[in-house]
Design a protein around this ligand. Structure first.
Ligand code: 13P
Length: 334
């Protein structure tokens, strides 16, 4: 399949992406929060439970995996990418090596992982991956993000994207503006606009085929500690406007990250964005926490009761599938 068709499939209506690519360090935090030891077996068991649920066929277009998972075998003997593909879902892979301190700046980060990336993505393709993810992290404070962090991260994202496309895979472009802080929603709008703008300048400079990419941005939200809360309508309106003003027409769609929103908030906001969407862009989800939280809690209590974990995960995936078509209502949650 061409990268343009893969990108379209990733943001197909009614479906979205499951971000299950937590690094071992992040997985340690997640498992600790539910009092489960972070062993390779436990990480695989939880993930395999999700990957064998029926919503994989119905509401999931792609799964982002961590290097460890891409190489693991499922309990039925086939590899995890084979298991995922059997449900008609595209396997993807996180290829960045994490956000590290940015030299020349205080408290800002630059995502690393470009060295040797070409050889790694070629191997990932052989192992079954058809798309990749690279996450840049930008934070808001009185004088940040700096121009340096915006430019350095946009440059790295573009270098990554062109390398990934050369290996016939779709790069997910993820410049995440964090929710941490007490800034208001307009500050988030202004910073996200600058960040997206710089990313697309660099992507074009690096000759990236935008039709074969998917954008994974934050929604436009007030900071976590901001005193003035925003309505769902305001969040949706500002998010849509920000994307319309900064994302080129060639990009087939957007798969939002959840970034610390609750499961319901992430679903409600996506639904509202689709309700007012007057563009040809597809808006869907690429959620980690907002898809897995309840399933993880249930799994931790009863690891062998796969049916129950499936029920919880299927519900969340279905709700988000509906919001990708603007068909979700609050009532369906009861
Ligand atoms: P969250 O939805 O939990 O923000 O995770 C998505 C992701 O892939 C972050 O890189």
């Amino acid at each position: 399949m061409s990268i343009e068709n893969i990108a379209k499939q990733m943001v197909a209506k009614g479906k979205g992406i499951l971000a299950a690519d937590e690094s071992t360090g992040t997985m340690e935090k997640r498992l600790k929060s539910v009092n489960v030891e972070c062993t390779e077996t436990n990480r695989l068991n939880f993930r395999e439970t999700l990957f064998t649920s029926s919503s994989m066929r119905d509401n999931i277009s792609g799964v982002i995996l961590f290097d460890e998972t891409l190489r693991q075998k499922s309990s039925s003997g086939i590899t995890i990418p084979e298991l995922i593909s059997k449900s008609g879902v595209l396997p993807g892979i996180k290829v960045d090596k994490g956000a590290k301190p940015l030299a020349g700046s205080k408290n800002e980060k630059i995502t690393e992982g470009l060295d040797g990336l070409k050889a790694r993505v070629e191997e990932y393709h052989k192992l079954g991956a058809r798309f990749a993810k690279w996450r840049a992290v930008l934070s808001i404070s009185a004088d940040q993000p700096s121009m340096l962090s915006i430019k350095a991260n946009a440059h790295a994202l573009a270098r990554y994207a062109s390398i990934v496309q050369e290996a016939d895979m779709v790069p997910i472009i993820e410049p995440e503006v964090l929710m941490d802080g007490d800034h208001n929603i307009d500050k988030c709008y202004e910073v996200t606009s600058r960040v997206l703008n710089e990313c697309y300048k660099e992507l074009e400079l690096h000759n990236v085929n935008l039709k074969g990419t998917v954008l994974k941005p934050n929604m436009i939200l007030p900071g976590k500690d901001c005193k003035s809360k925003s309505s769902t309508k305001e969040i949706a309106k500002k998010t849509l406007e920000c994307i319309k003003n900064n994302m080129p027409k060639e990009v087939p769609g957007v798969a939002f990250l959840s970034g610390g929103q609750s499961e319901i908030e992430a679903t409600r906001n996506l639904n509202e964005i689709n309700k007012i969407n007057d563009t040809s862009f597809h808006f869907t989800f690429s959620y980690g926490r907002a898809l897995q939280q309840s399933a993880l809690k249930t799994w931790a209590k009863s690891m062998d009761d796969k049916e129950n974990v499936h029920k919880i995960f299927n519900h969340r995936a279905k709700m988000n599938g509906l919001s990708s078509k603007a068909e979700w209502t609050e009532k369906l949650e009861q």
